[in-house]
Design a protein around this ligand. Structure first.
Ligand code: ATP
Length: 344
């Protein structure tokens, strides 16, 4: 298609048919990683990491767009990296790095700000939502989707796994890349959105109409990956359901129960509809979900404890990851600098 032509013209890598292209996934270091991140993002990366090239980064620059605590941010960046490794991310296959340690992200961000309209940035729904929740809205919150655009274009990304909440941002990325290429000559690979084959969207246990999130208003509804078993069991036993009693899979009318069945299915490999028949009551379902989640988290938590014994080892993995991706990132920035008219 036209995107592949652009990729080749931009000095990107031609992608043979049937082979997945290069993917990029970022985790904002705004909070602790949770079950939604595991089932919706980390597991799909692990499932494909020996087939597809994925780059994974800790988005600490994005975390600066909202109120933050400096010491906690730094600690959390290392913690998230450690959890990803504990979950099975293979840093040899998958470059794992910290966004701010690849300063080309910031440089490309500025160049792309000069190729994005104020009105375009202002139209982003997530800006409206997130700014409403802030006392002081940082300017960087407005330009956040431009930084995301820089993240994606910097790495000549072919495929971006996106949830619904990010699809407007990916459309902006595609528009900016296409426009830049048309104006200044072929420079960027125009990425496409991909939706994971098993799209698990984990909802909050406290409000099953909202997605489980790290920085959301209801931490009681979020199962963090480092939650000890008793905390996991307590949160699941208190999960909001409905006034019914028979267990049926009906996401529209019984979102709480459906969410529990989907979590169980994702953890055990079953199907939500079939699993529903196994439980005579909500209480029995919740007990099974708690067992399955505790069992899923157990090996990750064990490995996490081992890895925290060697924090320098994790920092070294991150330094290696940055060192690996910086030369090709610098090449992309060089193309953009030249195209836009800077003296290179
Ligand atoms: P925040 O609460 O700060 O917005 P988040 O927890 O929603 O953060 P991100 O860092 O924005 O997570 O996203 C990291 C990855 O995890 C993305 O690929 C995103 O699609 C995925 N993800 C986040 N929340 C969920 C969820 N509830 N269910 C499935 N996937 C999720």
């Amino acid at each position: 298609g036209p995107d592949a032509a652009t990729a080749a013209g931009a000095g990107g890598h031609p992608v043979p048919a049937g082979v997945p292209g290069r993917r990029l996934t970022g985790f904002q270091t705004t909070g602790d990683l949770h079950l939604g991140n595991l089932l919706g993002a980390i597991r799909p990366i692990l499932a494909d990491q020996h087939r597809a090239e994925t780059r994974v980064f800790l988005a600490d620059l994005h975390a600066l767009t909202v109120e933050h605590d400096p010491a906690r941010l730094r600690a959390r960046t290392v913690q998230q990296a450690t959890i990803l490794l504990a979950a099975g991310l293979d840093p040899v296959r998958t470059a794992l790095f910290v966004q701010s340690q690849v300063p080309e992200h910031t440089e490309l961000h500025y160049l792309l700000e000069c190729a994005t309209g104020y009105g375009e940035a202002h139209r982003m729904i997530q800006f409206k939502e997130k700014s409403a929740a802030q006392q002081q809205v940082r300017l960087s919150l407005l330009t956040y989707p431009v930084l995301m655009t820089a993240d994606i274009l910097l790495h000549d990304t072919d495929e971006v796994p996106v949830g619904e909440d990010q699809s407007q941002h990916l459309e902006l990325t595609r528009a900016v890349a296409t426009r830049f290429n048309a104006h200044y000559g072929p420079t960027f690979v125009v990425p496409r959105a991909v939706h994971p084959t098993v799209a698990t969207r984990v909802m909050s246990l406290a409000d099953p109409t909202a997605k489980m999130s790290k920085s959301g208003p209801t931490p009681a509804g979020t199962i963090f990956l480092l939650d000890p078993p008793d905390v996991v069991r307590r949160k699941i036993s208190r999960a909001v359901t409905d006034s019914g009693s028979d267990v049926v899979y009906d996401p529209q009318h019984r979102p709480g129960v459906a969410n529990l069945l989907e979590i169980l299915a994702a953890c055990t490999g079953g199907q939500p509809t079939a699993l529903a028949g196994d439980f005579p009551s909500y209480g029995r379902l919740k007990a099974a979900v708690a067992d399955a989640v505790v069992e899923t988290l157990h090996p990750i938590q064990l490995r996490y404890a081992e890895l925290t014994a060697d924090p320098d080892g994790v920092r070294q993995v991150l330094a290696d990851g940055a060192a690996r991706v910086r030369p090709p990132a610098a090449a992309t920035v060089h193309r953009a600098r030249t195209a836009i008219g800077l003296l290179t």
